[in-house]
Design a protein around this ligand. Structure first.
Ligand code: UD1
Length: 368
């Protein structure tokens, strides 16, 4: 029987793996195992997603944890190699662009095990982003490249990847969103924070380029403090961002600064709680990749605090606008978003809740 190992490691992997694992179980005769590298290990970044999304418990935990890029990648490689040697899978599945994705692809490809990449071909053309390097290397090692949007196919072909390896299947993260949307709507997370639908903005920040340099984060938070005078801002704070933010809070909370009642900083939220907040937000400000896609599906205006995006379809068709990370540009864009009626955009092709089914069907047809 075909043996497939699916490898996840960090928060954005979990909502992608859940529908793919289920579709494989339903559509293929296969032995399916889940490996968690533990790149993310805190319950709020990991366990809560397994519970909410109905992901099976991992069969194997690699227990890697946090470290420098080289350390984390190397440690995943060393530990995963033993697992693959023993399991001898016919295929390894990887998701997205995190360090676990890169490490897994290198190990499996060197063992001549075919690798399938879910969310292949995205390019920001910004090689200072660790994720961009992860995406490029991963794609060039894979046999099956499952893409979410037309730009991905163009990027892969331009890089010389053979056409027969590329499969446009749509967006598995949207499968998860559509599946859980109604449930999330009922939670009314905004009410629990004393807010009303369309009566707040939602902020997330975790890119090293935005949060690791004190002056950059300070400029962003100054803009957020200004926006909060118009509209309360809910800010679920990523652990990477927390220490940098804490060191700024005394200053930001000073006279004329951020009013703590208007910028509501919370711990990282679970999938349903966060989706509920996104559904009811007036505006989303983010540097996340996935949230650019989710707001496009929900028709919620999204200001992306970056100079580039690897997901151009969210700008071409969706609700996303790139605004960079300077105080002035963020404020100008927020003002525009709050004073004029923005387009609700259009949902990109094949973001229809059936992407995982297409992946499973493709693999069923191609695997020996
Ligand atoms: C990682 C991914 C990024 C993704 C993000 C989603 C890479 C290169 N980066 O970034 O693409 O968008 O996940 O969240 O793979 N930490 C905890 N608890 C945890 C995990 C991490 O407190 O469970 C803290 C540690 O201080 C750690 C830091 O967060 O050093 C960064 O974690 P890491 O996994 O290296 O990168 P992220 O910034 O989370």
């Amino acid at each position: 029987m075909v043996k497939i190992i699916s490898v996840v490691g960090a928060r954005p992997n979990f909502m992608k793996a859940a529908p793919v694992m289920r579709a494989l179980r339903e559509q293929m005769e296969c032995e399916l195992r889940l490996v968690h590298t533990d790149q993310h290990y805190d319950d709020k970044l990991s366990a809560v997603f397994f519970d909410e999304l109905g992901l099976p418990r991992p069969d194997i935990h690699l227990g890697v944890g946090s470290g420098s890029h080289a350390w984390q990648t190397a440690e995943i490689m060393v530990r995963l190699e033993k697992v693959l040697e023993e399991a001898k899978p016919s295929l390894v599945l990887v998701y997205g662009d995190v360090n676990s994705t890169l490490a897994t692809s290198v190990v499996a490809a060197k063992m001549n095990i075919p690798v399938a990449h879910v969310e292949a071909g995205l390019r920001s053309f910004d090689r200072t982003m660790p994720e961009e390097l992860n995406r490029i290397v991963t794609d060039h090692l894979c046999e099956y490249l499952f893409t979410t949007e037309p730009s991905a196919r163009k990027n892969l072909l331009k890089e010389g990847i053979p056409e027969e390896k590329i499969f446009f299947v749509g967006n598995v993260m949207v499968d998860t969103l559509l599946e859980h949307r109604a449930r999330a709507q009922k939670i009314n997370s905004s009410q629990k924070l004393g807010l009303s639908p369309r009566g707040y903005a939602l902020l997330t920040l975790h890119r090293p380029s935005n949060v690791d340099v004190r002056e950059t984060l300070e400029g962003i938070m100054e803009a957020v403090s200004e926006i909060a005078k118009e509209l309360p801002v809910v800010f679920p704070c990523h652990p990477r961002t927390r220490p940098h933010l804490n060191s700024l809070l005394a200053k930001l909370n000073g006279p004329n600064g951020m009013n703590e009642n208007r910028v509501i900083i919370t711990d990282p939220l679970g999938y349903l709680e966060f989706l509920s907040l996104m559904i009811d937000a007036r505006l989303v400000l983010t540097d996340s990749g996935g949230i650019q896609e989710e707001t496009t599906v929900l028709g919620i205006p999204c200001l992306t605090l970056r100079d580039n995006t690897e997901r151009p379809v969210t700008i071409e068709l969706g609700t996303n606008v790139l605004v960079g990370n300077s105080r002035e540009r963020i404020l100008a864009a927020a003002k525009k978003a709050l004073t004029s009626r923005l387009s609700e955009g259009r949902v990109p092709d094949l973001w229809d809740g059936k992407a995982a089914e297409r992946i499973a069907r493709t693999l069923a047809n191609h695997l020996p």
